[in-house]
Write a protein that binds this ligand. Structure first.
Ligand code: ASP
Length: 326
């Protein structure tokens, strides 16, 4: 296969009112976080690593970053627990690994990769997936590791607004640190904040990865689009690689990621295909909002969103990183 120019794109979630409220200091903080994750992914591609390794590397950085709703900083289910979902897909082989409702793995995307590489399955959920994670020797963390005051405050407000009881703070988390904790650039709550990456390596292979804490206040056991192959995550060298963010139920109903790739197979450009799904099909289902990043076997990565904002960044061989907070 001829050498291709490598490229990568990442996202850190999409949303609405949050973007209106974002102050400049917060924007800088998010910009720096995106830059760090992008460079973790592009470092893999620069040394001719695999697209699959690049998307995993970028997503791990975002999972560790408490600003985003994935790994550390995840949203809370209605019982006050973190139930995290993640998936990745190798466009060269169509190999897939996916996990849902896991609670203790520091990097859910690494657990998805372990499902891909060390089981005959494509998806594992709940207690069984947590058990498999321990058996694989992946780093385990208690609920207090994933907890952030910002995400908890946002959760409490969503529970109150919807008239539901607020569960106790997770075990091991101290008392609330008071109103002053709301000061500073990190005070940027949002319902979304899922993270994802798509990449093409110098062999021309594609990969996609997505990781999330899901929707704030979701019922325990709810699974979104991120770990469902074809909904929030998809990759095939024959069409494109996609990672999505938004209200997962709509992405699932449209098999949105796979649908973008089908349109690309039928001759649309990635931008045309993504715009059609995001600006026509998604809003046609009342409440369908969100965005995607897409990369194809040729050309730069693209993105499309129907929300006010989407944290996103991309880099291609020979160009500077292109980072957008708004
Ligand atoms: N798509 C995610 C979910 O529904 C949420 C998000 O993208 O923020 O679980």
């Amino acid at each position: 296969m001829p050498a291709q120019y490598w490229a990568i794109a990442i996202h850190g979630g999409a949303g609405e009112s949050e973007w209106e409220q974002m102050d400049p200091a917060t924007a800088v903080t998010y910009h720096d976080s995106l830059a760090k994750a992008l460079s973790a992914g592009s470092a893999v591609l620069k040394r001719h690593g695999k697209a699959l390794d690049a998307v995993e590397a970028a997503v791990k950085v975002l999972e560790d970053d408490p600003l985003f709703n994935a790994g550390r900083g995840s949203a809370f289910a209605a019982d006050g627990k973190n139930e995290m979902d993640a998936a990745l897909m190798d466009g060269a082989t169509l190999a897939v690994g996916s996990v849902a409702d896991v609670q203790f793995t520091r990097h859910p995307i690494a657990l998805a990769r372990a499902v891909m590489e060390h089981t005959p399955y494509v998806m594992m959920v709940g207690a069984g997936a947590d058990e498999f994670s321990r058996a694989q020797g992946l780093e385990q963390q208690p609920p207090s590791f994933f907890f952030t005051e910002l995400r908890w405050r946002e959760f409490v407000s969503i529970m109150r607004t919807s008239g539901r009881p607020v569960p106790p703070r997770p075990a091991g988390v101290g008392p609330a640190t008071g109103p002053t904790a709301s000061a500073g650039p990190h005070m940027f709550g949002h319902r979304f904040g899922t993270v994802g990456a798509v990449a093409r390596d110098s062999e021309g292979h594609l990969a996609a990865a997505t990781s999330t804490g899901g929707m704030q206040g979701k019922l325990p056991g709810r699974v979104g689009d991120s770990p469902l192959i074809g909904a929030g995550t998809y990759a095939s060298d024959h069409s494109c690689a996609v990672s999505g963010t938004g209200v997962g139920e709509y992405f699932i109903r449209l098999t949105l990621a796979r649908q973008i790739c089908t349109l690309v197979e039928q001759g649309q450009t990635p931008q045309q295909a993504a715009d059609h799904m995001i600006h026509t099909e998604l809003p046609a289902l009342k409440g369908g909002e969100g965005g995607v990043i897409v990369i194809a076997p040729t050309g730069d990565p693209i993105w499309s969103s129907n929300t006010l904002g989407m944290f996103r960044a991309k880099e291609a061989e020979g160009s500077e990183p292109d980072i957008h907070v708004k």
